[in-house]
Design a protein around this ligand. Structure first.
Ligand SMILES: Cc1ncc(COP(=O)(O)O)c(C=O)c1O
Length: 387
């Protein structure tokens, strides 16, 4: 059977495939420790479960309006007003089944075959594949040599006459980097000058550790409102990855177009999950704060443990729940081989940096218990010491 060029050129998500291998080994009875999950190890706020149960009992089992129930869209607007002082109307909000399809819809709307889009590497695995599905091509700004943040020179040198926009992810998956106000302003200035759109993925915005501060790009460049699509969601903030609720905020004309794609793609996000997300946004703040504090303690612990190991280096992550370890000075500088051996020999699962345009690195998620961190890092240390 002939398969499309499109499908032959796409790569499976590396994070999902490592997870699969680790799960299979676990099912075989191996003592696997996973540092590859991109999700908090907490349950969702009780308010979310209660709102979902109420919705089930009310019989909310039909299609909702495609863009999402008005109650949730209003709540997202209220959240953005309170958190960032940004004014959006419910017509400027699209609820999707997770942030991932919203990113897909945004790229389908904005990218023509041959267009180039700036990605700041290390970059989350799905951006590039979604971009390819839209026929676009990545223009990589490598931040590894510049402290995990782009510089004006590195950004400008990646722009060609084919460049149409960029995707910013702060706090970053996989590095934990948080772009400060100066960096964000610099990016905004370049975008303004070169007339580029910006997809601003701030899905980890609630997990930032002092003294770092999350900066929404529209707070430093409000004039770019018409060119910016904000992407956020309940997945990480409220530990609701399985419920599948994301939100996009952008001018109405853009939201309408993304919504049109969504009508043909997924239709509305799950009705019950939408009510659950509403409960989470309304009452889940104490849960978020508790999680953030726990992640900060775990980050400090994992960093301390990694810094006691030979060969490896790591930069302090300022946000999200990942550390990105530099393996290039180890006896196995090839990250794929390193992660495979680590899993086979010590049953520790991590994601190779190659998946994020960063060969020679590995991503470890610390959204797991302290006990797991101690045990897993102990095994990593042993592994390194025997190389
Ligand atoms: C940077 C980034 N953006 C978007 C997503 C997608 O989130 P969702 O689960 O809401 O689709 C993820 C999930 O891992 C992510 O890491």
């Amino acid at each position: 059977m002939k398969l499309s060029k499109r499908i032959l050129e796409i790569h499976p998500s590396a994070t999902v495939s490592v997870l699969g291998k680790a799960k299979t080994m676990k099912a075989e009875g191996k003592p696997v420790i996973s540092f590859n999950a991109g999700e908090p190890d907490y349950n969702c706020p009780e308010a979310a479960s209660k709102a979902a149960i109420d919705a089930i009992n009310r019989g909310e089992s039909q299609y909702t309006i495609n863009s999402g129930i008005i109650e949730l869209r209003k709540e997202v607007c209220a959240y953005y007003k309170k958190r960032f002082g940004l004014e959006y109307t419910p017509e400027e909000v699209l609820i999707g089944p997770g942030a991932k399809p919203l990113l897909y819809e945004a790229l389908q709307m904005l990218v023509d075959p041959g267009d180039e889009v700036i990605l700041f590497a290390p970059a989350w695995v799905s951006y590039v594949e979604q971009l390819h599905l839209a026929g676009g091509k990545e223009a990589i700004v490598d931040t590894l040599k510049t402290d995990l943040v782009p510089t004006k020179e590195s950004l400008e040198s990646a722009i060609t006459d084919k460049t149409v926009g960029m995707i910013i992810n702060s706090p970053s998956n996989p590095t934990g980097a948080v772009y400060d106000e100066k960096t964000m302003k610099m990016i905004a200035d370049v975008a303004r000058e070169r007339d580029l759109w910006i997809i601003f993925d701030e899905i980890y915005e609630r997990f930032v550790y002092a003294p770092a501060k999350h900066v929404n790009i529209l707070n430093v460049a409000p004039d770019l409102r018409d060119k910016v699509i904000l992407i956020n969601g309940a997945s990480k903030t409220y530990a609701m990855t399985g419920w599948r609720i994301g939100y996009a905020l952008a001018p109405k004309s853009l939201i309408n177009k993304m919504n049109t794609i969504q009508t043909h793609l997924t239709s509305n996000a799950c009705s019950i999950a939408q009510w659950a997300a509403l409960g989470a946004i309304r009452e889940g703040d104490p849960d978020v704060e508790k999680m953030c504090k726990a992640f900060e303690e775990r980050r400090d612990t994992i960093l301390r443990l990694v810094r006691e190991m030979p060969y490896v280096e790591v930069k302090d992550p300022e946000g999200s729940f990942y550390i990105f370890i530099d393996l290039r000075d180890t006896p196995i500088p090839d990250d794929i081989e390193f992660c495979e051996k680590l899993l086979e020999e010590k049953f520790v699962a991590a994601v190779p940096g190659t998946a994020f345009f960063a060969p020679g690195f590995a991503r470890f998620s610390y959204a797991c218990s302290m006990e797991t961190i101690h045990e897993g890092m102990g095994r990593l240390k042993e592994f390194l010491e025997t190389l």
